[in-house]
Structures are given as structure tokens and as C-alpha cells.
Design a protein around this ligand. Structure first.
Ligand code: UDP
Length: 363
């Protein structure tokens, strides 16, 4: 039974504006929005989640879907990068929350866009911001740095390695929330079944699927691919290049099925080419006993114990992925599971999250 520390508190959540909830284009942050909402409801709060049309969630979570275009993910390196138009689902959510400001005790923002950050300077309702990605632009770094001095601890990160990517960020001014998984949702598998490896992620350039396919072709292993196709053109290009003996595209599956299927694999190949803030899929794999071979990036550096629960290899080095794979049999699958149990407990994560929310409340 959870303690009702948020009883009678009214909380508005601003979801990511790059995807409706449940579609997968927003990646891990979609899960985080729903987790935080359910924890706060359990703790007695009245929670409304402002999210793009087409969102889906368990029925106990009150969704307030708002009209408006989706925001383009800031990591897409287009010319209009970081630009947010006035008619997006994010601006509409801000408008609606602003007009009803007196109804809320707190706003919890999951969108990584400047209009949401700016509300902290103007709003009478306290706002907390969940930073789910690494530094993206110098302009946003400057805004985040200033905001962290103006409202210490109101911005949260997933780990210190992620925070280290932000220019001149002062660690004490941020809340470090960490992350967690509930182990009972992941079945431990002592042994892999056959020569298969998993690749899990949004199919888009920054996740580097092409390198995992190159690896699979060279090593003659079968790559099982899980995830939503976010960039259709990129995916079509890849499909033409590799034989279907090298890979199987399973699709975007629910987390229950994902948990069931990863465990059969020898390893998870994680090849992000952007600064990866965490990579929840690495924790999911390790929870099943599956070691991770990952490109060096803040998230893998944080999550993988090199030589124990996997290998962290130089970014873009397919040969190093192959060399690491040859050593995968030396790793103890139990150590992978133990690492998640010890350092990524969902309960500890939930407690830190609720403490943060409570500290942000007005009055
Ligand atoms: N995921 C899923 N089904 C799939 C593939 C991925 O539900 O077929 C989920 C996965 O469980 C994880 C999220 O998508 O929660 C991806 O988060 P991650 O942090 O690894 O990457 P992001 O997309 O946020 O950069």
C-alpha cells in the first residue's frame, strides 16, 4: 500500500509532444509519463495528462488529449531543428493549463522544448522538468543552465553521465532520479537459445541499426529487430541492403512480449549514434540475463559494467562489436540480472520520483 503523500494535490503532466502516448515514436519517455502518472495517482494525487491526440493509456490514467501538430524530435538534424510552431500539441497543452492555472498545485513537464522550459519564469504554478535526453543545442543548454540556477532541483536527469553532456551544468542544481525496472516482469534465462542477438529501438538514424546489421552479417548471427519504424525512408534503404537471413523484423511489440523474447538472445546489440541518455532497453535485456554490447555513450557508460554485464566499444566501430561478441560467452548472465536488481530498483526509483514531486509542490 502506498502512503498518500500527494492526497488532494492536483497535478498536470505535459507529455512529450513528439508522439501520442503508446505509439513508440517518443521512445522511453512515453513509458516514463505513464509510470509517473500512476505513482502519483497511487500516492493520492488527482492527475491529468495533457498529450497529443491518439494517445492511449491504462484506464485509471486521466488523459486530456489536445489538438495540434506533433513537434519534430529535436535530435533530427533538420534546418528547423528546435523550432516549435504556435499550433502544436505542446503549445495547446500550455494554453489549456495556463487558463486553468488556479486548478493545479504542480505541473510536471516531460517535453524537451523551449516553450515548456520558459513557463518556469512566468507561471504561478510550480513546474518540474524531466530531461530525458542528452544535451542537444548550445541555446537549450544555456536556457537549462539558467533555469537550474533560478529553480534549483526543478530539473531532473536520469544520471550524472547524461548531465555531463550539458555545457557548464552544476550537478548540485539538478535532481538525479536514476531509473528502475520491476524485475518480476522480466523472466531470467540462464542460457540463450541458438545464435540470435537482439536489437531494440526506434528505427531511425540516431539509433544506428545499420551497424548492427553489418555486425550480424559479418558474424553470421541472426539479428532480431524490435521497434517502431520512425524513419520509413531509412528503413526501406536498409531492407534493400541486407538479406533476410541476416535479420528478422519482429515489429513494435508490447513490453510484456519484449520481455519474453529478449531473454532468448545471446546479447543485445545497442548501437546509438547520438548521445544516448540511458537506453532503457539495455536494462530490460540485463534484467532477463542478457549481456549488452553497446557503443560508447553516456547511457551505456552508466548502465553497462564493461567486462561483467557486457562490453562498451568505441562508437561506430563494427569490428569492435564483432570482437566483443566473440567474448560474450565468458560473461555470467546472472551478473546482468543482479546488476539491475541492485542498482536499478523500480521501488527506489519511484521513491526518488515522489520525493522530487513533493519537493516541487507549492507552499
Ligand atoms: N519498446 C517497446 N516495444 C518495442 C521496442 C521498444 O515497448 O518493440 C520500448 C522499450 O521497452 C523502451 C522504449 O521502447 O521502454 C525505448 O526506450 P529507450 O530508452 O531504449 O530509447 P529511446 O527511444 O527513449 O531513445
Amino acid at each position: 500500500m502506498s502512503i498518500p503523500i500527494l492526497e488532494h494535490k492536483r497535478i498536470a503532466i505535459i507529455s512529450t509532444a513528439v508522439s501520442p502516448l503508446g505509439r513508440g515514436y517518443g521512445g522511453g519517455v512515453e513509458q516514463d509519463v505513464l509510470k509517473f502518472a500512476s505513482w502519483m495517482i497511487e500516492a493520492g494525487a488527482d492527475v491529468e495528462v495533457f498529450c497529443p491526440e491518439g494517445s492511449v493509456a491504462p484506464k485509471e490514467i486521466h488523459l486530456r488529449t489536445v489538438e495540434g501538430a506533433l513537434v519534430k524530435p529535436i535530435q533530427f538534424l533538420t534546418e528547423d531543428r528546435g523550432k516549435v510552431e504556435a499550433d502544436t500539441a505542446l503549445t495547446e497543452a500550455l494554453r489549456q493549463i495556463g487558463k486553468r492555472a488556479e486548478e493545479f498545485d504542480l505541473v510536471l513537464n516531460f517535453s524537451y522544448d523551449w516553450p515548456a522550459f520558459f513557463q518556469s519564469y512566468l507561471s504561478r504554478v510550480p513546474i518540474l522538468h524531466y530531461l530525458s535526453i542528452c544535451s542537444q543545442t548550445p541555446e537549450l543548454d544555456a536556457l537549462i543552465r539558467d533555469l537550474s540556477a533560478f529553480r534549483p532541483k526543478a530539473l531532473a536527469v536520469l544520471n550524472r553521465e547524461q548531465l555531463g553532456t550539458y555545457e557548464d551544468a552544476v550537478p548540485d542544481r539538478f535532481t538525479d532520479l536514476g531509473y528502475g525496472l520491476s524485475l518480476d516482469r522480466y523472466r531470467f534465462r540462464k542460457k540463450a537459445e541458438g545464435k540470435t542477438v537482439a536489437w531494440i529501438g526506434r528505427i531511425t538514424e540516431e539509433k544506428g541499426l545499420e551497424d548492427a546489421l553489418d555486425f550480424a552479417e559479418r558474424q553470421n548471427v541472426r539479428l532480431r529487430i524490435f521497434g517502431v519504424v520512425q524513419d520509413g525512408e531509412y528503413w526501406e534503404g536498409l531492407k534493400g541492403k541486407y538479406s533476410e537471413e541476416t535479420y528478422e523484423y519482429v515489429g513494435f511489440v508490447d513490453r510484456g512480449r519484449l520481455a519474453e523474447e529478449i531473454g532468448e538472445c545471446e546479447a543485445l546489440i545497442f548501437t546509438p549514434k547520438w548521445g544516448e541518455a540511458l537506453g532503457i532497453v539495455m536494462l530490460e535485456a540485463m534484467a532477463c540475463g542478457v549481456p549488452v554490447i553497446a557503443y560508447d555513450s553516456p547511457g551505456p557508460r552508466h548502465a553497462v559494467r564493461h567486462g561483467q554485464t557486457g562490453f562498451v566499444v568505441p562508437l561506430g566501430d563494427v569490428e569492435a562489436l564483432c570482437e566483443a561478441y566473440k567474448r560474450i560467452g565468458n560473461l555470467d548472465r546472472q551478473a546482468c540480472r543482479d546488476r539491475v536488481a541492485r542498482d536499478f530498483s523500480e521501488e527506489a526509483w519511484r521513491n526518488r520520483a515522489l520525493d522530487w514531486v513533493k519537493s516541487g509542490l507549492k507552499g
